[in-house]
Unconditional design. Sequence first.
Length: 364
Amino acid sequence: MDEDELRDGLQEAGLSQYEADAYLAVLERGTAPAVKIAEQTSIPKSRIYDVLEDLEQDDYVETFEQDSALSARPRDPAEVMSNLQRRANRLATTAEAIEDRWERPEISGHKISIVKRFDSVVEQFRVAAADATNRIQIAVSPSQFETVRPTLADAVDRGVFVKLCVTTGLEDLHVVDDMSFEDVATEVRHRTLPAPFTALVDRSHTFFSSQSHPTDQYGIIIDDLTLTYVFHWYFQGALWGTWPHVYDSVAEGTKLEYVDVRECVQDIAPIINDGTTIPATVRGFDVQTGEDVTLSGEITEIISAAPPNDDGSLTLTQLAGQATIVLKSDEREYGVGGRGSTLEDVEATRVVLDEPDSWTEEVN
């Protein structure tokens, strides 16, 4: 390191220009009168005494009287080097903390965070998924699936519904055939087009990462009910509804538990519209008060914005508006809706149907 670089380093360590010049002069000469140090460094003679006093207070030099004149000599540099090393370590730690906050922002306190690394999105997804209580919707490539597999397995083990969409290009169509989904997903569909990493946790957390081009990579982390609802419809329309099933944890028989009211309505609409009542339990919360609600009774009617088809069925498009389950409980009828309910009494988070042998067909 040349003298100019050394001087710059001392100034970055907190010395003024005059202090750095004086300290280098003392190091070079060993011991020198203050006047000679001023002459060597072009420090004004009126300032040299204050400069040496400041250096002495910081343990860089020691001053003493010699021949009735103030002189200075360098102190053992061990303490100086130790201070410089501590400062360097502190700066390095600060730099790492700044990078960490930039790359991996905390979810709390932010509605939308933009990150530059895919790893940051996955890490925050894992944190949110560990606290999931109801549902995870996620679209991943086969390699991304292996990355989040332990997280999904833990969620399924806790009773969380996991709707998994595996996305591949046409050249990787058969990769899915060799993948195992038991105990890591409730339902799996295969999209034969690549798609961004997309994950929704319960009702309010969204994790999205575009990796379409090496120079156009970014991630979005959202902690907001309304914005997550927008991504819910993106997931339903682009990543789920039109793609074929490749796995369902309900291997045979009728599905009896739902976390999506519209999906439940689609399945049971032909049965209800044919005059059958289905005993069920609904868990959710009161639309007006926000209080938790659990109701048990019978589903007697389906109300939709569009009339059902001739066979009583309803498509996702017909359910894009109102999709209400009418549940009769304790001699009262409750309107039960899904995400974003406004017309109903209860916004459901789970609908559990009784076994089919308890369903009652209307007798004409």
